[in-house]
Design a protein around this ligand. Structure first.
Ligand code: NAD
Length: 477
């Protein structure tokens, strides 16, 4: 049984209740986590505050950097163990789970190096004054993490917050907590003081809500669905607590007739099947210039038919979805497609070895999806790619911007001037030209516009979000 991790100690929830943990590959219970409540959040916030006031604020930026670097090395030494945990907890194919562990190592390495490079400024002002700005940590930061990439999202959110001098209370998703509990234990082993990093597990509407409401939380980093993002923002507004929202997307892959299709096709496929399509930045809409629509769909259809879906341990192209309700959600979207006579181009195959009790969904390529249909507007959060065609550049931009989201866009064209025009006109936090995601580099700031959220995590930019700016003006003349 897994316990909460508060003040470097494993503790049960005060409720005495637990939540079963299922393996998405076979749907069987293999562990349990604490079903925590507001009292547990209060304990964690107090531990964090004590740590901040008594210890952490005295730790120099250089020393924080050394601690983060030690944690990065420790995670690297335990990468296989963490990947195995994530594989079972989230149903991630082995390669993906290993990539997530490697990304976590890199996040802490990057933020370790950043700790002592976060400077204020001096500002030329009137004679007789000296004016400067200080970047100060918010204090106790709350982190609400989704289940799709627990280690990666923890790395970019908690890594940045600790580097900036905050102490953290983390609420992982009830469907995927295990790796983060282990990372907090590793942090204690490398010398993080008690209370610097606390993990409290449980349901969102109970313990997540309690975290967002707690008056001792000075900043909230939320990554999750747009609807819960709205709730968090409302709750935080009551006490004017700053919030970073990393929400969903309905990201377009835009392919012009002059694109290098050999490069584009594998990337387009990976962007929708990675993590079984349960990725905020999934390239879930495919916009194709009319003249190459048919040949591109034919090539993609053949590739989709070859995709194989199965248990995480088999390390195929696609693993299971996280849980039965997520599987049902994808089925509902696909039955809506049938009702609307949206043609299916191709589907991958679920292998015979996949247990019936697992949560599998074959990757599906749909075509001629009407731009206002919910399949082209809402996050499916499954391996479903919706294709549609466009007539010219203006039409491509119109379709790309025709959802409430604005997270990522991919553009495939060899025309340099068009690359710039598209990057300028697309309303999203990231535009990738002739690639998608740039390999996920931790250095690259990431976040959304519109209903995809606001604020940036990853990269150095995140450190500005995890600090507040104090202006100090001294009159001396
Ligand atoms: P979710 O919003 O249901 O849950 C996210 C987290 O919020 C979980 O820890 C959950 O327990 C918690 N939560 C739920 N209700 C809450 C409440 N009332 N108060 C406080 N916390 C609450 O989202 P999910 O289903 O876990 O994740 C999928 C969503 O996350 C998708 O929309 C996806 O696009 C988005 N996402 C975005 C990014 C990004 O960087 N933009 C990254 C990953 C996932």
């Amino acid at each position: 049984m897994q316990l909460n991790y508060i003040a470097n100690t494993s503790v049960p929830s005060s409720s005495g209740k637990t939540i079963p943990v299922l393996d998405p590959s076979d749907g069987q219970v293999f562990d349990e986590i604490q079903r925590s409540n507001a009292a547990d959040i209060d304990t964690a916030v107090r531990a964090a505050r004590d740590c901040l006031d008594l210890v952490w604020h005295r730790v120099s930026a250089a020393e924080r950097g050394r601690l983060l670097m030690r944690l990065s090395a420790k995670i690297a030494a335990h990468a296989d163990e963490l990947a195995l945990i994530e594989q079972r907890d989230c149903g991630k194919p082995v390669k993906q789970a290993k990539a997530d562990a490697a990304a976590l190592v890199r996040y802490f390495e990057f933020y370790a190096g950043a700790c002592d490079k976060l400077h204020g400024e001096t500002i030329p002002y009137q004679d007789g004054y000296s004016v400067m700005t200080w970047r100060e940590p918010h204090g106790v930061t709350g982190h609400i993490i989704p289940w799709n990439y627990p280690m990666q999202i923890f790395g970019r959110s908690v890594g940045g917050a600790l580097a900036a001098g905050n102490v953290c209370v983390v609420k992982p998703a009830e469907d995927a907590c295990l790796s983060l509990i282990r990372v907090a234990q590793l942090a204690a082993e490398v010398g993080f003081p008690a209370g610097a990093l606390n993990i409290v597990t449980g349901y969102g509407h109970e313990v997540g809500d309690a975290l967002a409401r707690h008056k001792g939380i000075d900043h909230i980093s939320f990554t999750g669905s747009p609807s819960v993002g709205t709730l968090i923002q409302q709750v935080a507004a009551e006490r004017h607590c700053p919030v970073t929202l990393e929400l969903g997307g309905k990201s377009p892959q835009i392919v012009f007739a002059d694109a290098d299709l050999d490069a584009a096709i594998p990337t387009i496929i990976n962007a929708i099947v990675q993590n079984a399509g349960q990725t905020c930045s999934a390239g879930s809409r495919l916009l194709v210039e009319q003249s190459i629509y048919e040949p591109l769909l034919e090539r993609l259809g053949q590739a989709f038919e070859n995709l194989r879906v199965g248990p995480a341990a088999m390390d195929l192209d696609v693993g299971p979805l996280i849980r039965q309700s997520q599987q049902q959600r994808v089925w509902d979207f696909l039955s809506d497609a049938q009702v609307a006579n949206i043609p299916m181009v191709a589907q991958g195959q679920i292998v015979d070895e996949a247990p019936d009790t697992g949560f599998y969904q074959a990757p599906t390529l749909l075509r001629d999806v009407p731009v206002m249909h919910r399949l082209a507007q809402e996050e499916v959060f499954g391996p479903v790619l919706c294709a549609m065609s466009f007539n010219n550049e203006e039409h491509a931009v119109e379709l790309a911007n025709a959802t409430r989201f604005g997270l990522v866009a991919g553009v495939w064209t060899r025309d340099g001037a068009r690359q710039f025009r598209m990057a300028k006109q697309i309303k999203s936090g990231q535009v990738f030209i002739n690639n998608y995601g740039a390999g996920g580099g931790v250095e690259l700031p990431f976040g959304g516009v519109k209903s995809s959220g606001y604020g940036r995590e990853k990269g150095f930019e995140a450190l500005y979000g995890f600090t507040t700016l104090k202006t100090v003006a001294i009159r001396h003349g």
